[in-house]
Design a protein around this ligand. Structure first.
Ligand code: UDP
Ligand code: MG
Length: 320
């Protein structure tokens, strides 16, 4: 009988140090899972260091290693999409190269997905140990907010690290939107997911490519992609301030009729002007965010552009 194939999709951005360490760790696990075959699908996301060179070396050493290399940095989400598209496995795993996603969970994931009829085994961090407290705080607030305003459930602490069936992967590939927020997409497609918990781990080498600001922008993208609530809020605030204006107009009219004196008070006027002006700009900004996303989607640009893959390398080797 043909052995089932597991594809490991690993997006890499400036990870020259991590790749050999990562492969060593995975090999230790896979040696104990002789019942399955596996392939690595590394995605070099336009790294500025020697990542591509390291991938080429590894591909020549190890026949399990496949890689895709982008023409520039397209972001981790694009890397995941490319990996999913090129993975050949019956089961597909998405994981980071920095070993923050513990490879020890792989046998358990495989066992659960095989025997308990889950479509996806996800993982979540039970703690955010080792992360700056301020970052954890904002992360938690983000999950609270997005779950309140979006119909798609986004599990707090859930990582992208997961094993999925071929069926679920095909469903994800159907979603070809440009603004990709994977945490939302994984949940939007549905299917039965079980979460395994593990303790947060520090990166083994290299450094995180996320700054506080980039995380902030990422969370705004997530909200725009999976919720229309900000648009409703803008309308509601607009309606409320209009209602307040009507009430105030009536109040001032009556007061002037009864007491005769015109309203003194420059302060109240300027406050109202500033308040309304601010609200209008904010609403325009919110609207603009969505229009901008529509613009990007409408252009239908490809999500990523490949420059080369391991096939180029292997063909080159055989024709030499
Ligand atoms: N990554 C990527 N493209 C990017 C940024 C990151 O492919 O533009 C990869 C990175 O190499 C790593 C994974 O995404 O494998 C997660 O990145 P990182 O460890 O920096 O994020 P964190 O774990 O801090 O959330
Ligand atoms: Mg990391």
């Amino acid at each position: 009988m043909k052995r089932e194939l597991i594809s490991l999709i690993v997006p890499c951005y400036n990870e020259e140090e991590m790749i050999p360490l990562y492969i060593t760790e995975i090999e230790k696990i896979m040696i104990n899972m002789p019942e399955v075959d596996y392939e690595y699908v590394f995605v070099n996301d336009g790294s500025k260091d020697q990542t591509l060179k390291v991938l080429k070396e590894q591909a020549l050493l190890n026949s399990h290693v496949r890689y895709l290399s982008f023409s520039r940095n397209f972001g981790k989400e694009a890397g995941l999409y490319a990996g999913l598209k090129h993975a050949k496995g019956d089961y597909v795993v998405v994981m980071d190269v920095d070993l923050q996603d513990p490879p020890e969970l792989l046998p358990e994931m495989y066992r659960l997905i095989k025997t308990e009829a889950f479509d996806c085994i996800g993982t979540r961090r039970s703690t955010r140990k080792g992360e700056p407290p301020i970052r954890s705080y904002f992360a938690r607030q983000f999950y609270r907010l997005i779950n309140r305003i979006s119909d798609t459930e986004i599990v707090d602490g859930a990582r992208d690290y997961r094993m999925m069936t071929r069926q679920m992967v095909n469903a994800i590939l159907e979603i070809s939107e440009y603004n990709r927020f994977s945490k939302g997409i994984f949940s939007w497609v549905g299917f039965e997911t079980k979460y395994l918990e593990f303790e947060n781990k520090e990166r083994v080498a290299g450094e995180t490519s996320w700054s506080f600001w980039s995380l902030f922008k990422y969370s705004i993208d997530g909200i725009v992609a999976f919720s229309e609530a900000p648009l409703d809020i803008a309308s509601i605030v607009g309606f409320l301030s209009f209602a307040a204006a009507v009430v105030l107009a009536i109040f001032f009219a009556i007061r002037t009729l009864i007491f005769g004196n015109p309203t003194s008070g420059w302060t109240s006027l300027i406050t109202i002007i500033l308040g309304l002006g601010g609200m209008q700009l904010l609403s325009l900004g919110i609207l603009g965010k969505y229009v901008g996303k529509v613009f990007l989607e409408a252009k239908r640009r490809p999500i990523y552009i490949l420059k080369e893959t391991d096939e180029d390398l292997r063909n080159h080797e055989t024709t030499k």
